[in-house]
Design a protein around this ligand. Structure first.
Ligand SMILES: NC(=O)c1ccc[n+]([C@@H]2O[C@H](COP(=O)([O-])OP(=O)(O)OC[C@H]3O[C@@H](n4cnc5c(N)ncnc54)[C@H](OP(=O)(O)O)[C@@H]3O)[C@@H](O)[C@H]2O)c1
Length: 164
């Protein structure tokens, strides 16, 4: 099976969105997002697509919506998780959110790249984290101090615990 990568920045209290956007604009995190997603199809929800600053170069944008007439330049519309998977085919892909879409693909993802942001953020969207699910195990962690007005954070990689 091809790899499916989850990538998310999440506060200690689970929050991932504030005022319709990612709560932090940490430049190393944005660079890492680009490095991890470039060249692979990205699956996302319609709300996440609309929150992007624009279509991101070098990556297909597969956007889930239930609205029959929704379309946007640069977006390939998927009607269900299965439809999105068909569009991806055998390729490795990334799932970039939001919470509804992480829920939908939770059991299919093979790697979870988490930016764990050490604050309790006030925001309107939150999600569970991989540390709360024993089917994920942490395999790497790099810590970063607070800087440029942003809280400290860790880049954490989780992989699926192999089935026995
Ligand atoms: N911190 C992070 O790393 C991060 C990552 C991603 C997003 N975000 C933020 O999270 C917010 C959006 O997250 P969200 O959870 O509210 O929304 P979302 O998951 O991005 O999108 C939800 C939408 O996806 C569509 N959808 C959901 N399930 C579907 C299904 N089974 N079949 C077809 N379509 C389906 C629906 O679109 P329709 O309503 O059009 O039918 C639904 O309203 C934004 O503010 C974004 O900036 C943060």
């Amino acid at each position: 099976m091809a790899d499916m990568l989850f990538i998310v920045a999440r506060a200690t209290n689970g929050v991932i969105a504030k005022d319709g956007d990612v709560p932090w604009q940490i430049s190393e995190d944005l660079k890492r997002f680009k490095k991890l997603t470039i060249g692979k199809p990205m699956i996302m929800g319609r709300k996440t697509f609309e929150a992007l600053p624009g279509v991101l170069p070098g990556r297909r944008h597969i956007v889930l919506t239930r609205q029959q007439d929704w379309q946007a330049e640069g977006a390939e519309v998927a009607r269900s998780a299965e439809h999105a998977m068909e569009m991806v085919g055998d390729a490795d892909c990334s799932v970039i959110g939001g919470a509804e879409i992480f829920d939908l693909f939770w059991d299919r993802a093979t790697t979870f790249e988490l930016t764990e942001v050490f604050e309790d953020t006030v925001g309107e969207v939150s999600m569970r984290g991989p540390a709360d699910d024993p089917t994920w195990r942490e395999v790497a962690r790099e810590s970063r101090p607070a800087a440029d007005g942003w809280p400290p954070y860790d880049f954490v990689t989780f992989e699926r615990v192999p089935e026995r």
